[in-house]
Design a protein around this ligand. Structure first.
Ligand SMILES: Cc1ncc(COP(=O)(O)O)c(C=O)c1O
Length: 484
């Protein structure tokens, strides 16, 4: 049976259920499996025509032992998780004609129109499954740059085992994203807008780590998280890499490149695990906006934090990509002592210069780009004008990076660009990008976004300076309401 340890090495191995329900490991590290399952090319060939749900079952059953969850239970959980998606295939694809061999993987057909629905629908159902079995309740807290929050909140509606708190940096997400959380009437969903966050959602990630470190609060609320710190999210996200590969590639075994709009590196961490499991990936094209921490890591070997810049692709306005540590743990051969010392170095000095061997180990198979705001908007405009296809600003960052990659390298393998959000979540950026600003194309709207405008909003708000007292206080005041 696969067991789970911490990237910081400070805990005894735990089983899958514990790793999922804990979220953070007790030593503050991230959970990782003690070994990664391997997938052979002949296994991949037998999966070629599988639906997304069939494939998800095959991949996840390599991580989840039958003693934890039976085949029937896992298949049912997957079917339930994707029954709310607007596209019956869960994830459709779109080829671009110029440049050739560039494909879009549309990951945004879930109930809140971003790729976060793919991991979140599953993991919240998984929490509910374990908690029902244990006859227990939990409080989930997540920080969001605008997409994780709506996905967690929607997935939690109607779950009697869970209270979900969603912390978002006010004025740093779009109105459309905010309404996706604040118009929910289910009593177990609590959105909290925090104003004046200097570092956006990064500030809220730090707050969440502090809430977890407060033993009394953690126990009183039975606290956990479904941010991509949670192993279950990363594990589920490996599936769309396998699925994308099998749908796009003609002959199993050929390499496929992936261009991924990246912020906290959760999605790319999942991709790198899929590769380590045996997926024939050519290059991962790390696609940053102007907040370019990952680009610095992959192009210079320096992990550092800089001032926040507001970008049209606001969901990847992230300064510290915490999932990079989980990836690095595997890239350097599972050495928790080194990971802990780099994290301490970063916490003390705000910067880490990786040594040459480490840099070479982790950057193998990756290239990176930082795409300017101007380039993001011009890519939306060009693709719409030439192909009548509307990209959201995050997909545009990936497509712009993929086009640069094609110019810079003689690599003819096809590229799959991950489209992580629906354009209707970012109407202001779309308007800024397109020449006809009066008449937005139909692809820039979605009926669920329009419907939310007609509902009242319900949220808590507090100021950044007071969040450390205000948020735990309101969480305690509301705890166990669902029991009554
Ligand atoms: C639309 C969109 N694209 C990309 C990302 C980046 O994903 P990750 O943080 O896993 O790198 C996010 C997440 O914040 C997102 O909401």
């Amino acid at each position: 049976m696969i067991q789970y340890v911490s990237t910081k090495g400070g805990i005894q191995p735990v089983d899958f259920e514990t790793a999922i329900l804990d979220g953070f490991a007790a030593d503050g590290g991230l959970y990782v499996p003690t070994e990664l399952p391997r997938i052979t090319l002949s296994q991949l060939m037998t999966w070629k025509d599988f639906s997304f749900i069939e494939l998800a079952y095959e991949v996840l059953s390599l991580f989840i032992d039958e003693s934890v969850m039976s085949e029937k239970e896992l298949r049912q959980l997957l079917t339930d998780s994707y029954s709310t998606f607007y596209d019956s295939n869960v994830i459709p694809f779109h080829p671009l004609s110029s440049p050739p061999n560039l494909f879009i993987q549309e990951l945004f057909h879930g109930p809140t129109l971003s790729f976060k629905d793919i991991g979140m629908s599953f993991i919240v159902n998984l929490f509910n499954f374990f908690l029902q079995r244990k006859k227990d309740r939990m409080t989930i807290v997540v920080a969001t740059t605008g997409d994780t929050g709506p996905a967690a909140a929607h997935a939690s509606i109607g779950k009697s085992t869970i209270d979900t708190w969603v912390l978002y940096p006010k004025e740093m997400i779009t109105e459309e994203q905010e309404r996706q959380m604040t118009t929910i009437t289910a009593p177990n969903i609590y959105p909290v807008g925090v104003s004046n966050c200097p570092d956006g959602a990064d500030d809220l990630d730090i707050l969440i780590a502090e809430l977890f470190a407060d033993k009394e609060l953690k126990e009183a609320l039975n606290l956990s998280s479904v941010n991509s710190i949670n192993w279950g999210r990363v594990m589920m996200q490996t599936v769309h890499y396998f699925y994308g590969y099998l749908k796009v590639i003609d002959r199993v075994g050929e390499p496929l490149n992936f261009a991924v709009p990246s912020g906290a590196f959760g999605n790319l961490c999942a991709g790198s695990l899929a590769r380590a499991m045996g997926l024939p990936v050519g290059k991962f094209i790390v696609s940053n906006n102007q907040n370019a921490c990952l680009h610095r890591i992959f192009s210079t070997g320096i992990f550092s934090k800089e001032e926040m810049i507001n970008c049209p692709s606001s969901a990847i306005d992230i300064l510290v990509p915490y999932n990079f540590w989980r990836y690095l743990y595997f890239a350097i051969g599972q050495d928790p002592i080194k990971i802990s010392s780099w994290i301490n170095e970063y916490n003390q000095n705000g910067i880490v210069h990786f040594d040459r061997n480490t840099y070479e180990a982790y950057s193998q198979g990756f290239v990176s780009y930082s795409i300017s705001n101007e380039k993001t908007l011009s890519t939306i405009e060009k693709v719409f004008r030439e192909e009548n296809y509307l990209l959201d600003p995050h997909a545009a960052v990936a497509v712009a990076a993929a086009i640069s990659f094609k110019k810079d390298y003689s690599n003819n393998a096809p590229i799959l660009c991950l489209a992580t959000a629906h354009p209707s979540k970012f109407p202001i950026a779309i308007k800024d990008a397109l020449t006809d600003k009066e008449q937005l194309p139909s692809g820039a709207t979605h009926f669920s976004i329009e419907a939310a405008k007609e509902n009242c909003e319900r949220t808590y708000t507090c100021h950044f300076e007071n969040m450390r007292t205000a948020i735990p206080k309101i969480m305690k005041e509301n705890s166990n309401k669902g029991d009554s």
